[in-house]
Design a protein around this ligand. Sequence first.
Ligand code: SF4
Ligand code: MG
Length: 331
Amino acid sequence: NSAFLAAENLVKTYTSRRGPFSTATAVRAVDRVSLSLARATTLGIVGESGSGKSTTGRLVLGLEQPTEGTVSFDGNRMPQEKTNEWRGLRARMQLVYQDPLAALDRRLTVGVQIGEPLQIHAMGSAEERKARVAELMKAVGLRADQAERYPHELSGGQRQRVVIARAIACNPELLVCDEAVSALDVSIQAQVVNLLRDLQEERGIAMIFISHDLKVVRNISDRVAVMYLGRIVEEASSDEIFRRPLHPYTQALVSSVPVAGTALKQRIILQGEPPNPAARPTGCAFHPRCRHAIARCRSETPELLSIETGRSVACHLMGSAPITEASGRTM
Ligand code: SF4
Ligand code: MG
């Protein structure tokens, strides 16, 4: 496998205890997830809260250890322990998450914070680092004089630019963005997404872009993986996901986003309970909310199967008749 990043059969199990007398139950936050990513491309991961997308991101980054499965990065297997090799690989990847205020130290100027990773890795003299901070600020669309500001003196969008500048300071080859624009106003979201795209193009960074919001993922992703209760239920090119979603869950997500050129004419409203990892339905975990469910869906978990080149779907109806609007039925 020549993928720059490859995750194979990742499983992450947590023990959950609810109430004083209840017994511990194992919750599968991530259930046999495999991903691969080429350099300078973006994989979007979408799903509702509780779908395991953040955990998948953390497993890929080596911030959590998988219960099963492996991650390899540029041909190196991520060590299970925090060895020097682990640190060496970790230095080549960065995480950008939702809340820039939590990621920043309110007592330090943003210039100091952007320069921090350079200082930690002892890159250059003080003068060189200062010049590099100015360069990074320019790259993310901040003015040089804003280096003297404190985080609370900037807007949410500017703070996220600061976080991104710091994340790219040591030239990472992989950036995992977890809801990185979700807290921002829609117009600012588009600006930050464009910034990330530009940085990717200029620097050849591979990106995993995690969001509950399909609209946001669409504009940045080459490929999209849709997750539901710890599993990937569909994976395809971004264009295909939007033009011709095949999994009933993907169809419902796509139908809620106004998109020109999609095959879906009407909005599919998801019925039933939002996904809860601690109460995972039997069979296909989506079956209580699926308008196409058949008896088999309650007892048998569909495998993620490659159904055409570059496209995988986990649904019992694949390979028989394609799912159309008209074949929808209520349970
Ligand atoms: Fe729906 Fe069954 Fe397909 Fe699951 S396997 S998505 S319940 S039709
Ligand atoms: Mg999350």
